[in-house]
Design a protein around this ligand. Structure first.
Ligand code: GLV
Ligand code: MN
Ligand code: MN
Length: 420
């Protein structure tokens, strides 16, 4: 049975958009939205979100890596004598540099608003809303740090990795009030979990082209990331003849073009070199060093892996032809992940049926959470499919529909818990 659409959802959606506007001001700079892992901007966001979680009837805690968790506990009388089952909702609150205001944040705000709708009803099921502290991988060039801690798959070796300012992850966690020696405490392994459901803007054009406000995700494409460093010889821009130069940036440029060519030639592949740093970095100095990133994705892991291995060989060939050194470092790998068919079907049924299905090219915390419990995602249409861009936009009516779907699902979960 789906919950009838109430005009309240439109008013709440307006409030969610206003909250997203307020979170947008929690930024590392005044002119754009940049909120990376464990920065003062993230602490500011925690301040706002904690208040909104409490207003929604939740108790709030920050775990030792920096995930903010709001809990709506199961009603004591319903839970007597049995361990309450737990449903997890959420998304991430870190951003890329110069981000839009909805990537990640929207899912957290919809989850809080949905929890508020059931806060005053008797509950057999506990609901946790998790604002993951790190999904984008900006500060430490490693994504999904928050969800990996929750899923019990956090790689402790990352704790010694330094950011661009030389601050190690362990130091950053301590300065934020966390404890890098107790990351295992974040894990939900061993809990009786019903599942994890994440609302997220689509970040692509499919729903808009189909004139659909929301859709359910079938699977999430895998991704691999690497950091590639070409090492040549710095020299004088006016004196070193072209024939004897060992210019690291030109090698990186050749690599960028080879990457684009591979992805253009391989159906379904997307590849991005999103950062490039040159040293020493002066207009009259031949670049002695160039370091770039690679992000490569495909719905099929074997095609992606073949492309990734091929690009590594390409980087080595380019370096060899130009008498340069090259260091290739794999920085992350996440295989393609299907969403849980049963949980997805339950959400669809709770929402009245007929929600469109689509695949995700973007990565999400849901990829990691799927290793912990049944996981599903609801996408919300976004204007022009634009994301990772300040122009990200959503319609209030679409947010209202997403909220309605999630509230219907929460009611369905309670109904199922009361029978079983
Ligand atoms: C997350 O936004 C990603 O897909 O990189
Ligand atoms: Mn993103
Ligand atoms: Mn996101």
């Amino acid at each position: 049975m789906s919950t009838p659409r109430s005009a309240d959802y439109d008013a709440i959606a307006d409030r969610i958009l206003a909250q997203a506007d307020r979170l947008a001001s929690c930024s590392e700079g005044p002119r754009d939205i940049t909120r990376t892992f464990l920065t003062p901007a993230m602490a500011d966001a925690h301040g706002l979100l904690s208040q909104w979680m409490r207003d929604a009837g939740m108790t709030v805690r920050c775990d030792v890596i920096g995930n903010l968790v709001g809990t709506l506990p199961a009603d004591a009388s319903c839970a007597a004598g049995q361990t309450p089952r737990r449903l997890l909702l959420g998304s991430h609150i870190d951003t890329v540099r110069q981000a839009g205001r909805y990537d990640g944040v929207l899912g957290v705000l919809v989850a809080i608003a949905a929890a508020a709708q059931i806060a005053r009803t008797a509950r057999r099921v506990s609901v946790d809303v998790i604002a993951f502290c790190e999904e984008e991988g900006v500060r430490y060039r490693a994504p999904f740090l928050g969800s990996r801690a929750i899923a019990g798959s956090f790689d402790l070796a990352l704790l010694s990795r330094a950011d661009d300012g030389g601050v190690t992850m362990a130091e950053a966690i301590r300065s934020f009030g966390g404890d890098p020696d107790r990351i295992d405490d974040c894990s939900y392994r061993g809990e009786t979990l019903i599942g994890y459901v994440e609302v997220h803007i689509e970040q692509g054009p499919i729903l808009e082209l189909a004139s659909e406000p929301v859709g359910l995700v079938t699977s999430i494409a895998g991704q691999r990331r690497a950091s590639i460093r070409f090492a040549g010889a710095a020299g004088h821009a006016g004196t070193v003849p072209m024939a004897v130069r060992r210019d690291a940036l030109v090698a990186a440029a050749e690599f960028v073009l080879a990457t684009e060519e591979l992805a253009r030639e391989t159906t379904g592949m997307v590849a991005t070199v999103g950062t490039i740093e040159v040293a020493p970095g002066a207009s009259n100095v031949i670049p002695g060093e160039a370091r770039c990133s690679l992000d490569l994705r495909h719905q099929h892991d074997e095609i992606r892996d073949r492309g990734f291995a091929g690009l590594r060989e390409t980087a080595e060939r380019i370096a060899g032809e130009r008498s340069l050194g090259v260091t290739w470092t794999d920085t992350d790998r996440a295989d393609a992940v299907p969403m849980d068919a049963e949980l997805t079907a339950m959400i669809d049924a709770a929402a009245g049926g007929g929600l469109p299905r689509l695949a995700s090219g973007a990565g999400h915390d849901a990829m990691v959470m799927a290793s912990l419990c049944p996981t599903s995602m609801l996408f919300v249409r976004c204007a022009g499919g634009i994301s990772h861009n300040p122009a990200e936009a959503v319609l209030a009516g679409d947010v209202a529909r997403a909220l309605e779907v999630v509230v219907s699902m929460l009611h369905r979960v309670e109904e199922e818990a009361s029978i079983g």
